[in-house]
Design a protein around this ligand. Structure first.
Ligand code: NAD
Length: 503
């Protein structure tokens, strides 16, 4: 039913420093547990400032040669990496699904998005072709993109491959040495990514992995030789990383949590809307920052809600929807549902206690799609990030008040509208204050080269994490303005001037 192979051997994750793998067996370990089965599938060392320093020092030694390498040569390595990712797609897909609880289809979709960023990075030589121009008679201006040095990416559990791949190709192609601190809940896939990068010919020390939790993160962010930090995770940690890094004058882009709203108007296409809303709130079991967790129903859209209910009730756990990352997250989601009911929301679909029909999965972390109707905008279920397959419905009388409800969220990752009317779509896209907007799209993830990033408490720092914005984050643009006396005079150099230059 799941299409997954449950007979994996235990994976003992290692740290990668200076191109060498370290068991670091003296360190305490954290167990990696599959959300599907509840069984231990690996372990990960919890690194200390010592392992951080060892890795940063090796990266700092390696990066100047990498940064000086011609761009085309760096790109060639990424082209080989892309090919290796495609050859290893099934292995990567199974690893992502098994450690994070995604379905196979969702796991592969994340990898395809990662490949899209690799494609974008590979296109850099063609992208940058216009970064020079004659700005006046005999005067030439040019941008020169320079690497920053040793940079770090800290990533969450919900996309073990895609989120690291938002950062790795862009940071590497511009000439940095990149250190990944994957989530300790899903560290397995990054071991494969490292193996493929090295097989592609990446010089030692240019990609490293420091495993661990908060202690490793804090040591990385505070290390004097780390120049920039990309972070993706919860808002509280994003805010902490942003403050810690920027006080030390580092460049930080920290993406946080989300509470995305979908506005549904009575004129919408019912089948299309129901499918879009369903896949948005149940995709990845609601564990994605682009999940729509609030539906703002404008006027009477009960017929649309009935269709969403029908589709959600028919979902099969393990096939249509994956598992929740761990026991703690599952009980947090269950408590949020109970609390919503206590505060007056009406549970019209209750996924608590649902299990997939599969023996191996009985000890996994499961919950079915849940719909809470008639919530008010001030209830916790309407405000806090539940990060599970729970849709909260708020009723609004007008489009204007629906947009206001969406805009009052402290988060600003995404918002969508489902309508067949152009003026409705235009009003929402003009007045919504979220960073990524969808019209008749439940998960409005911009495809490359359009960049990914939210607003308000969904993002601390400037710019987006992918697209050209991502390239700019991981590099500096040096501006070079040049003129030559002969060019100004519009003359060919005289024979005497040549002699002068050659003696
Ligand atoms: P998390 O914040 O718990 O962990 C993210 C990373 O931070 C991990 O590598 C973890 O080891 C580290 N970390 C955790 N606590 C820390 C602390 N106290 N000090 C320093 N480092 C710490 O997030 P998560 O639970 O792994 O991921 C889910 C969250 O990520 C959700 O809030 C989701 O919305 C968000 N997310 C956001 C985006 C986005 O693009 N905005 C994308 C994916 C996930």
């Amino acid at each position: 039913m799941t299409g997954l192979n449950f007979s994996h051997s235990l994976v003992l994750c290692r740290n990668l420093s200076g191109g060498e793998w370290f068991d670091d067996s003296h360190l305490p370990k954290s167990e990696v547990v599959s959300p599907y089965t509840g069984k231990v599938i690996g372990s990960v060392p919890l690194s200390t400032p010592f392992e951080v320093d060892r890795t940063v020092s090796a990266a700092a030694q390696a990066w100047p040669a990498w940064a000086q390498m011609p761009l085309r040569n760096r790109v060639e390595i990424l082209v080989r990496f892309r090919q290796l990712m495609i050859e290893n797609l099934l292995r990567l897909t199974e690893s992502v699904a098994f450690e994070s609880g995604k379905t196979k289809v969702e796991a592969e979709a994340g990898l395809q998005k990662g490949l899209e960023i690799v494609d974008f990075a590979i296109s850099l030589p063609n992208l940058e072709i216009l970064l020079a121009a004659d700005v006046s008679q005999g005067v030439h201006c040019q941008f020169r993109r320079e690497a920053l040095g040793v940079v770090v990416g800290i990533t969450p559990f919900n996309f073990p491959a895609m989120v690291p791949l938002w950062m790795i190709p862009l940071a590497l192609v511009v000439g940095n040495a990149f250190i990944l601190k994957p989530s300790e809940k899903v560290p397995l896939t990054s071991q494969i990514i490292a193996e493929l990068l090295m097989k592609a010919g990446l010089p030692k020390g240019i990609f490293s992995i420091v495993n661990g939790g908060a202690s490793a993160v804090n040591a990385l962010v505070q290390h004097p030789d780390v120049k920039a930090v990309g972070f993706v995770g919860s808002t509280s940690v994003a805010s902490h990383i942003y403050k810690t890094g920027t006080v030390l004058h580092k460049r930080v882009l920290a993406l946080g949590g989300a509470k995305n709203h979908i506005i549904v108007t009575p004129d919408c296409d019912v089948a299309h809307t129901a499918k879009g809303v369903l896949s948005s709130f149940t995709g990845c079991a609601g564990q994605r920052c682009m999940a729509a967790s609030v539906l703002v129903a404008v006027g009477n859209v009960d017929h649309v809600i009935a269709k969403i209910h029908e589709l959600a009730s028919a979902q099969c756990l393990g096939r249509d929807m994956g598992a929740i990352i761990d026991r703690a997250a599952l009980s947090r989601i269950e408590s949020a549902i109970a609390q919503a009911e206590a505060q007056g929301a009406k549970i019209i679909l209750d996924g608590r206690g649902r299990q997939p029909q599969l023996d191996q999965c009985q000890s996994g972390n499961w919950i079915g799609a849940t719909i809470l109707d008639h919530a008010s905008p001030t209830m916790e279920c309407a405000q806090m990030e539940i990060f599970g397959p729970v849709l909260t419905i708020i009723r609004a009388e007008t489009l204007e008040s629906a947009v206001q409800i969406s805009n009052q969220s402290p988060y600003g990752n995404a918002a969508s509208v489902f309508t067949t009317r152009g003026d409705v779509a235009q009003y929402v896209t003009q007045h919504s204050n979220a960073g990524m907007l969808g019209v008749n799209i439940g998960v409005p993830v911009p495809r490359e080269p359009f960049s990914f990033g939210g607003t308000k408490q969904s993002r601390f720092g400037h710019g987006d994490i992918t697209g050209r914005s991502g390239l700019d984050f991981w590099s500096d643009l040096k501006k070079i303005t040049t003129t030559w006396p002969t060019l100004q005079a519009n003359q060919a150099p005289t024979a005497g001037q040549f002699l002068l230059h050659t003696t």
